[in-house]
Design a protein around this ligand. Sequence first.
Ligand SMILES: Nc1ncnc2c1ncn2[C@@H]1O[C@H](COP(=O)(O)OP(=O)(O)OP(=O)(O)O)[C@@H](O)[C@H]1O
Ligand SMILES: [Mg+2]
Length: 231
Amino acid sequence: MLNIKNLSAGYGEMPVLKDINITIAQGDIVSVVGSNGAGKSTLLKAISGLITSKGTITYNNESLHALAAHTIVQRGIIHVPEGRKIFPEMSVVENLIMGGYLHPKDRKGNMERVFALFPKLADRRNQLGGTMSGGEQQMLAIGRGLMGNPKLLLLDEPSLGLSPLFTEVVFNAIQSINKSGVTVLLVEQNVYQSLKISNKGYVIEIGSIVLTGTGEELLNNQDVKKAFLGM
Ligand SMILES: Nc1ncnc2c1ncn2[C@@H]1O[C@H](COP(=O)(O)OP(=O)(O)OP(=O)(O)O)[C@@H](O)[C@H]1O
Ligand SMILES: [Mg+2]
């Protein structure tokens, strides 16, 4: 589905990603884990066309480098950014409508789907986004992403700053979104939870992939245990 070869990217003169190779098969949950500043968000921005990059990114055999960010969204690659970035002055429903602007015909069905996944959003449908708690805003950010009919969902640190309870809600939601047919690329610092639900994982360190394997293989890897799991 998504093939990344020899990808490099950065900001101005500063290189961040070096020679990244990642393959995502349709239906998978793939996670990219690594410490702060490793380049995880930069990778998602390169895929969704928010920054320029070198190398190749092909999605269903089409080069994403040839496409503008808004066209990449139309292809079904939906980016849920780090830090939620919901619209604070808009209600829950209005935030969801914004996420579904390309698919007005699907709006009602998609909104029902989001409310079924996150009943709390249904209870709070008229509340302003900015007044929601961190965990509720994360649900809203994911819900807004789902309104865009994702085929490939890019999730940037969905569990960051959440309580254990909300973290569980979010990871369960990711699994159920995946079961409904959406391929997921998950970027996380919560290494244990991410690898546990992933078919495949990559460890990124200072802009390079240093390790790859199935989620289970990486969870049992000594270096991963030492670096990320405190074992
Ligand atoms: N807009 C920007 N301009 C310049 N440098 C940036 C910009 N955004 C990120 N960087 C730098 O690029 C590097 C990688 O950042 P990135 O946000 O991709 O890391 P990350 O793995 O997502 O980290 P975190 O876990 O903290 O979110 C960092 O050194 C960061 O300072
Ligand atoms: Mg980041």
